[in-house]
Write a protein that binds this ligand. Structure first.
Ligand code: CP
Length: 339
């Protein structure tokens, strides 16, 4: 794969190959480490936004596989990057993505970037221009470390986790993706990727959110098509309680209303109006031995209560640890494909 941006690249076959490889590495890591499959290989990463899991798990993956990772923080330790074609660069950004991508491609074997949504214009954000520009100008494979639209590494780790939770058979299980309140406006990359992941695993997906928090329609349509192809379905409700009823998985996540992009405090105010949307034990009790999932970081007792996240039903640490195994598989496959 030359690029991994939506996580849908390569279709079901690529997903299954990645899941098999990730599970095999996880089952016997020392065997893989001894082989050093990425010896001498370097990943370059550009973090336009903060990260704990993505950065640490990607670095750990590269080093454990015998390779190395260079992490850049534009505007901090490296030059600020301009992404707009034809921009008059008389502001704060000193470097254009055209040169940055081409230069870094001469140093490394794989490039990754984290580029969150600007949260000013929903439809502009949904064009995902920053990660697309990196992929267009780079001459090495490009892996998204979360963009405005998708979080494919989280998606792959979540798919691995769902396989583990249901002994390789998540198909037909009820997957509740529930909106949760938050003091800030969050992007839609994680809910999009969670929706697509559960859909392509053939789960019965129900998405719960208050009115006005619609996800990007093309992503929802893609999820429906993937779910139907895999024997599942996607439905919507405006009730957290209803979504949790009979659920095998409850995946909580805050995201911003498209109506509030560029509207200052309107997003947090709208979230506050739905302060009751905190996932609690009474919701989980409605499920069918339901497991709790979240990508982390999470606002405890805002998004989810301590009681839920600290319960045996919580899979959040398993999800976070699976980031490393999933990204090992991705890095090996992407570097190998370019050899
Ligand atoms: N889930 C996730 O991507 O975590 P970070 O933002 O810490 O990388």
């Amino acid at each position: 794969m030359q690029r991994y941006i939506s996580g849908l690249e390569g279709g079901p076959e690529a997903l299954n190959d990645l899941l098999r490889l990730a599970a095999a590495i996880k089952a016997d890591p020392e065997a893989t480490y001894r082989r050093k499959p990425l010896a001498g290989k370097i990943m370059g990463s550009i973090f336009l936004n903060p990260s704990l899991r993505t950065r640490a798990s990607m670095e750990a993956a590269m080093v454990r596989l015998g390779g190395h990772m260079i992490s850049l923080a534009p505007g901090g330790g490296s030059w600020g990057i301009e992404f707009e074609t034809g921009a008059v660069m008389d502001g704060n950004q000193a470097e254009h993505i055209i040169e940055a991508a081409r230069v870094l491609s001469g140093y490394v074997d794989l490039l990754g970037m984290r580029s969150f949504a600007g949260m000013q214009d929903f439809h502009l954000d949904m064009q995902d221009r920053a990660i697309q520009a990196l992929a267009d100008y780079a001459t090495v494979p490009v892996l998204s470390l979360e963009s405005a639209v998708y979080h494919p590494c989280q998606a792959l780790a979540d798919a691995l986790t769902l396989h583990e939770l249901f002994q390789g058979a998540p198909q037909g299980r009820r997957f509740a993706l529930v909106w949760a309140t938050h003091p800030r406006m969050c992007g839609v990359a994680v809910p999009h990727s969670a929706l697509l992941t559960a859909a392509r695993l053939g789960m019965e997906v129900v998405v719960a959110h208050p009115e006005g928090y619609d996800l990007h329609a093309p992503v929802v349509e893609a999820a429906r098509a993937l779910a139907h192809a895999a024997g599942g379905d996607v439905s919507f409700t405006d009730s957290m309680e209803q979504a949790c009823r009979g659920a095998h998985v409850v995946y909580a996540k805050a995201w911003g209303s498209p109506l509030d992009y560029g509207q200052g405090d309107a997003g947090p105010a709208r979230n506050r109006a739905h302060a009751a949307w905190t996932l609690g034990a009474h919701h989980m009790e409605q499920g069918d031995d339901a497991r709790f999932m979240h990508c982390l970081p999470v606002r405890r007792n805002v998004v989810v209560t301590d009681q839920v996240i600290d319960s045996p039903a919580s899979a959040v640490i398993q999800q976070a640890h699976n980031r490393m195994w999933a990204q090992m598989a991705l890095a090996i496959q992407m570097v190998d494909a370019a050899r």
